[in-house]
Design a binder for this molecule. Sequence first.
Ligand code: ZN
Length: 132
Amino acid sequence: MVKELQVSTNKRYQLVDLTEQVEGIVSQSGIDSGIAIVFVPHSTAGILLTENEQGLIQDWLNLFKKITSGINFAHNKIDDNADSHLLSGLVGQGKTLVIEDGRLIRGTWQQIFLAEFDGPRQRRILIKIIKG
Ligand code: ZN
């Protein structure tokens, strides 16, 4: 089965916690053991596993800005979002999580985030659950 979440972002760079929604989908699936793939079908967004702590969220946003500052991007000659594509590739556009006993296995400080790099936009997040 594949489920879809829709998220509207309101900043250029933004982290949106999807953990509760993804866990709800896993729970509704009724699957006891398997994997969940969380994927964004977008080339300027990503999926990031990190702690939902305000200071750390700010640190991530500062890091994203710093590592893409002061570079003369070739892609910006046709489309002003080279930073967005590069950060999306670096963070990755999907993550795979293990389901056991009907629940996602994840660390206490390992929440599931949509990473927006070219907002504001409407984003789709696909959750594919495979039994096994
Ligand atoms: Zn582009």
